[in-house]
Design a protein around this ligand. Structure first.
Ligand SMILES: *[C@@H]1O[C@H](CO)[C@@H](O)[C@H](O)[C@H]1NC(C)=O
Ligand SMILES: *[C@@H]1O[C@H](CO)[C@@H](O)[C@H](O)[C@H]1NC(C)=O
Ligand SMILES: *[C@@H]1O[C@H](CO)[C@@H](O)[C@H](O)[C@H]1NC(C)=O
Ligand SMILES: *[C@@H]1O[C@H](CO)[C@@H](O)[C@H](O)[C@H]1NC(C)=O
Ligand SMILES: *[C@@H]1O[C@H](CO)[C@@H](O)[C@H](O)[C@H]1NC(C)=O
Ligand SMILES: *[C@@H]1O[C@H](CO)[C@@H](O)[C@H](O)[C@H]1NC(C)=O
Ligand SMILES: *[C@@H]1O[C@H](CO)[C@@H](O)[C@H](O)[C@H]1NC(C)=O
Length: 287
């Protein structure tokens, strides 16, 4: 705690001296996501990002964080100890790995969950249950495109209503993935979190309150962002992988990014991770 506060102080001094108006939370408050136990005796069959034979849940969670996994399956050691009495119900084949970290997380109804008394299923999305129509972007998060057109204020409320925020687009990977999501839905452009206040010198601000100046990636379409501040303060991501400024009063479909449980930095779950603490690294396999 104390060292964290010292780091905060030092970093904020650096930020203040270099650029007085730029607030960049990723430099000061890296928050590692947490995996919550959601289902006992269940295993998700979603795509595996990596797997390993770990005896400790902490090691499995570290692998999850390293691989930006949204969920994981884990066999607790006490289950391994009683392998002799293993139930022969729905279990399929011998145990391969005790830790499977997953690219995506289950949505409402857990469509890919199967009964498997050896495994427990963990997810960074603790509650509420994710919307059935949400889209997974591996290693990034779960997103939801509103079915109706909304202005910025309405869109923000709609996202909040489903325990989310307007999506962050401030990276190439996110812009590309959101563009692909729009293309899949047959939508040309949708509102995201970036917005500027109408103050004359104002920078664009993202989902977590960070100024766009905190990152270097830009995907503005030619001629954007337009200069008239009162008319072009909101931003659309397009299926052509660009950003366009628009009026906050105009209505578009909007992309929400769903909040995981617990403390985390909005809009960038895996943005700036604290390096793992201990180093239990037995042989692990990736595919
Ligand atoms: C992982 O551990 C289980 C249980 O101890 C064992 O049955 C399995 O063969 C191991 N897998 C590998 C790839 O070593
Ligand atoms: C899974 O287990 C639960 C409780 O034991 C049971 O009610 C359910 O029918 C099982 N589902 C499948 C698909 O076997
Ligand atoms: C999910 O999307 C489908 C097709 O767009 C729609 O028909 C359905 O009502 C949606 N489900 C929910 C729960 O919103
Ligand atoms: C958000 O929820 C509130 C209260 O449940 C409701 O009145 C409002 O219409 C919802 N807004 C949107 C945009 O879904
Ligand atoms: C934006 O403009 C409105 C009306 O023109 C004004 O009332 C408001 O104070 C302005 N906001 C900022 C942050 O400048
Ligand atoms: C969005 O629409 C609502 C009415 O549905 C209105 O009250 C609000 O002022 C609008 N917001 C903007 C930014 O135009
Ligand atoms: C590192 O490990 C120690 C002891 O296991 C723990 O108290 C501390 O919070 C950990 N720090 C981080 C950053 O995980």
């Amino acid at each position: 705690m104390k060292t964290e506060q010292i780091c905060l102080l030092i970093l904020s001094c650096i930020i203040i001296t270099t650029s007085a108006n730029t607030k960049c939370s990723s430099e000061t408050t890296p928050i590692v996501p947490k995996y919550y136990k959601m289902e006992k005796c269940q295993r998700s069959k979603l795509g595996i990002a990596a797997k390993a034979n770990y005896t400790s849940l902490t090691s499995c969670q570290r692998l999850g964080i390293e691989k930006k996994a949204l969920a994981l399956n884990f066999v607790p050691p006490e289950v391994l100890r009683k392998t002799g009495k293993k139930k022969k119900d729905n279990e399929t084949g011998p145990l391969e790995y005790t830790c499977e970290v997953l690219k995506c997380a289950e949505v409402d109804g857990g469509l890919s969950l199967v009964n498997d008394s050896r495994y427990d299923y963990y997810s960074i999305y603790a509650k509420p249950v994710l919307h059935i129509n949400s889209t997974c972007i591996p290693a990034t998060g779960m997103f939801y495109l509103t079915p109706t057109r909304l202005n910025y204020t309405e869109a923000r409320t709609a996202c909040r209503n489903m325990s989310g925020v307007l999506a962050d687009t401030a990276s190439e990977q996110r812009t590309d993935a959101l563009a692909q999501m729009l293309a899949g839905a047959g939508v040309d452009a949708a509102l995201v979190s970036l917005r500027r206040s109408n103050a004359s010198n104002s920078a664009f601000i993202g989902a977590n309150g960070d100024s766009l100046d905190c990152t270097t990636y830009r995907a503005w379409a030619p001629g954007h962002p337009r200069r008239q501040h009162d008319k072009f303060n909101c931003v659309l991501v397009t299926r052509q992988k660009t950003w366009r400024s628009t009026s906050c009063k105009k209505k578009y479909q909007a992309v929400c990014e769903l909040n995981p449980g617990g403390p985390y930095k909005q809009g960038s779950i895996f943005a700036s991770l604290v390096p793992p603490n201990g180093t239990e690294t037995p042989a692990q396999k990736e595919d």
